[in-house]
Design a protein. Sequence first.
Length: 242
Amino acid sequence: MGRFRNAATGMTLAQHLAEARHRMLVAMTSILVMGVAAFVLYSPILRVLQEPYCHATPHACKFLATSPLDGLSLRVKIALFGGLLFASPIVFWQVWRFVTPGLRAAERRYAVPFVACSIAFFGAGVLVAYFSFGHAITFLQSIGGHTLVSYYNPNQYLGLFVLMMGIFGLAFEFPVVLVALELARIVRPAQLLHAWRYAVIAITVAAAVFTPSGDPLSMMALAVPLTAFYFLAIAVGKLLRR
């Protein structure tokens, strides 16, 4: 197995496997360490996550635990999600360090901006979801009527919140994917510009379908940036292909 050598990196297959094991170990260790930190910092993290709920119902934003295990399971979930989130820059860096030696010079030139933009756009999507979630809670409460007293189960609340942040974060990767397709010459900027009406309709429908809360403000908070990103990707694709 050690006889096979990669011409681009000068490494044998055994060395590649050892490198992959090392990078994975560093990534998993960083997730574990950040998860322990999130477990310790449970109270301030919970207050941050609870803020949209308190924005919607400022006088009654307590959680209702319906099981003795709710508190423990909530703290474990926050540790898990916090570990993944806080360790993500280290994880991305390890992936980047593993992939870089096999890339050609031209590919490396685009790889760093693409990785940086992917992280930035994902973070922007998470922030938009965070600031939209309070309005989503207000909308969902108004749908049920004023006779209902809202006390949410913390695990269900966190599940919906994390789902919404994940969907928004992944959806905000849309322009990065489009630019990559343009650079790979799978689609041309002129084709995307010609189909802009259909794209806007598809984005609006997708936002309505995939927004977990289903409220109009959250759907607009997803659809409007994605529409702007569509035209931004066309402009960037034209610029990079010159």
